[in-house]
Design a binder for this molecule. Structure first.
Ligand code: FAD
Length: 651
């Protein structure tokens, strides 16, 4: 870089690269840059809470997700239509006069402030990989191929992207040497086993019928070990049951992007790595060079560093936040010789860009933010998977015949018998996933499998979305499922809604406004039909195919007999899906796009358009929400991003 020595003198730049955020996008980039011998500063707003049991035991993710030491609370709108938003039974309100901070439901107490739908995120070292459900499923090949098609950059083709899985994966469930998998990377990937399902005889019996209904032959205990991430050319057409893969090591130990950083800290390259936690980035700093290396660069502003605040709980999504935290925080600046890389996640990366003057001109003007680049795509194109649950009460109870099946408290302490067993390498927490198998389904008009279902007997299908911790739930519209119930939760991939992330204010500590626009715009009808198709398939399975001893069934979801009465009169499945669907796999708010696309925020090498020295490498970069679960794709994207940065180093 011809400007490097000049910049160094002028700005006392101490790092080659600055990376903001340490989730599956940022964490591996930091590690790769340090491994390549470049000095790198990681600025992470949260703390390192790798010491917490809830981060170590994979199935305690839900405990970690509710923990004020780790969580960031966002409240979002599913729809632009407020009447529809108010129908969701998990709508959340702030209750200033109650012992609980929040109320969840549709009949709030007087004076409660409507917040929106709860949307969990993690504000800690390792980002959401420290508390997510660890489901590690590859995106469809067409998701990668799409990037190649819209940008003309053939390196994004699925057949090339697979090498990034191979390089990071430490696979624990296929025979060593299986093509298309890696066995010595930092990211353990394990899958559920036949043993796990064999302890659940009634669930296994229904799964067997479901498997046969999808023309899968063979014993269900064998089919639930199939590799969901296989390298077959027709993988994205394959339906039926598979093992449920998760980013965890044998014994149910969670693996995260934090592990990539720890590996560097334990290596000779640690001298290149500076991790600064409790460091909340507020703005990217730009230089407007008088003359660039090439004439075409002349007018491009260059990112030279960032401003950040140092201190704990500086973002209002942090439940421990107080305005005085931000007021009292020390202000810092750091400079980068080569590049600043934003990886703050799908909500924060567009927020940081906009606060820095990169975004839609009119929105920046509204908040009196000087425009560096008018980039209308920043915060647009927000996408997510839809989720809905389906379940029915059966005639019998579901059992668990495992010799190690105590009643788990999910507290991860010495009163939790499952944690005590886990420490000995036994019991349900060692499985890595609470569910025994993944079921892939292709709705009738889809060209590839487009739905994943997971669940089972007893608690199966009981998940209805995320509720914020410390809330009262006194809305009678959601009676508990009977213990005899069986069901699935459905994830619909590649949903066609396009939402947005906009600034609420120019204060960095304020969370942005997030509107998903579920089932709005082109493709909404097809998405609804696909989800209804999935529900109808489950109904066919339960009410027409599974017989004794389970029948008769009583529908719990979607057409709840307690809500709709005998015959479920008045229950419109599509209306139910529209009102009650939820999501938590958001991506694509700063998307890669082609040269002629004015909504493209990034080029295919992750460079922010219109400026130099600035990239985005996190879930917000995907032009299309990848597959059913985004995290494995984001880990791979981080490898691709690292490759681009290293190839361009010094250019
Ligand atoms: C409860 C839950 C369950 C999930 N389950 C699954 C699953 O099973 N499978 C799956 O595929 N996906 C799952 N996901 C989604 C998945 O974990 C995310 O898509 C993924 O972690 C996104 O990675 P990221 O790097 O883009 O962002 P994140 O993981 O969100 O990381 C962003 C990081 O940036 C930091 N940061 C943000 N702003 C700033 C700032 N201004 N300054 C400094 N640091 C900042 C944050 O603290 C955070 O550490 C789940 C998510 C949640 C919340």
């Amino acid at each position: 870089n011809p400007n490097a020595s000049k910049s160094k003198a002028k700005y006392k730049a101490t790092y080659d690269y600055i990376v903001v955020g340490s989730g599956p996008g940022g964490g591996p980039v930091v590690a790769n840059l340090a491994k390549a011998g470049h000095t790198v500063l990681l600025l992470e707003a949260g703390e390192d809470r790798g010491d917490l049991v809830s981060q170590q035991v994979g199935v305690l993710g839900i405990t970690a997700a509710g923990d004020p030491l780790q969580r960031w609370d966002f409240f979002v709108k599913h729809h632009s239509n407020e009447t529809l938003n108010e129908k969701h039974r998990l709508l959340t309100w702030r209750t200033p006069n109650s012992t609980n901070e929040f109320y969840v439901g549709t009949k709030p107490p007087a004076g409660a402030e409507k917040l929106g739908m709860y949307y969990p995120r993690a504000g800690v070292l390792g980002g959401c990989s420290t508390h997510n459900a660890m489901t590690a499923v590859l995106p469809q090949d067409s998701d990668w191929d799409l990037v190649a098609e819209i940008t003309g950059d053939e390196s994004w083709r699925a057949k090339n992207m697979r090498k990034h899985l191979v390089s990071i994966e430490k696979n624990n469930y296929v025979p060593p040497g299986t093509p298309g998998h890696g066995f010595s990377g930092y990211l353990d990937v394990s899958a559920t086993s036949r043993e796990q399902l064999s302890y659940l005889p009634e669930t296994a019996a229904i799964f067997q019928v479901a498997s046969n209904l999808l023309n899968q032959t063979g014993d269900i205990l064998d089919t639930v070990t199939r590799d969901l991430n296989n390298n077959d050319p027709d993988r994205d057409q394959q339906v039926g049951f598979f093992g449920y893969p998760s980013h965890s090591a044998p014994g149910g130990i969670r693996r995260t992007s934090r592990d990539a950083l720890i590996a560097v800290q334990n290596s000779p390259q640690k001298k290149y790595l500076t991790i600064s936690t409790n460091s909340f980035v507020t703005k990217v700093l730009f230089d407007k060079p008088k003359g660039g290396a090439k004439p075409k660069d002349k007018k491009k502003p260059r990112a030279i560093g960032v401003s950040y605040l140092k201190g704990q709980s500086l973002y209002s999504a942090d439940p421990r936040y107080k305005p005085s935290n931000t007021r009292n925080a020390a202000k810092h600046t750091a400079y980068a010789r080569y590049s600043v890389i934003l990886a703050g996640g799908v909500f924060n990366t567009p927020q940081i860009l906009k606060l820095s003057g990169i975004g839609p001109r009119s929105e920046l003007a509204k908040h009196n933010i000087p425009v560096i680049v008018d980039l209308p795509g920043v915060g647009a194109n927000l996408q997510d998977n839809y989720e809905i649950s389906m379940s029915a009460a059966t005639n019998i109870s579901f059992t668990n015949i495992s010799p190690n099946n105590p009643r788990c408290t999910y507290t991860g302490d010495d009163i939790d018998p499952c944690y005590l067993l886990w420490k000995q390498g036994k019991g349900p927490y060692t499985y890595g996933q609470g569910v025994a198998a993944a079921l892939m389904y292709k709705s009738s008009s889809a060209s590839e499998r487009d739905i994943m279902m997971w669940g089972g007997g007893g608690s199966g299908g009981r998940f209805r979305g995320f509720g914020v911790a410390n809330a009262s739930w006194n809305d009678g519209s959601m009676p508990a499922d009977p213990p005899s119930s069986f069901g699935f939760v459905m994830n619909k991939m590649n949903s066609r809604s396009r939402g947005k992330v906009s600034l609420r204010s120019s204060r960095p500590e304020d969370t942005p406004e997030i509107e998903f626009r579920f089932f709005e715009g082109p493709g909404a009808k097809e998405d609804l039909e696909a989800m209804e198709d999935g529900i109808n398939w489950v109904r066919k399975l339960l009410y027409e195919t599974v017989g004794e001893p389970f029948a008769p069934f009583t529908e719990v979801e979607p057409c709840n007999i307690w809500l709709y009465g005998e015959g479920q009169k008045g229950c419109d499945v599509k209306e139910f899906i529209k009102a009650q669907a939820w999501s938590h796999h958001a991506t694509s708010s700063c998307a890669i796009g082609g040269h002629g696309d004015r909504m493209a925020v990034l080029d295919s090498r992750f460079r922010v358009r219109g400026v130099d020295g600035l990239r985005v490498v996190d879930g917000s970069a995907f032009p299309r929400n990848p597959g059913i679960f985004p995290v494995l794709a984001t880990f791979m994207l981080a490898e691709k991003g690292s490759e681009s940065i290293l190839m361009d180093h010094g250019k």
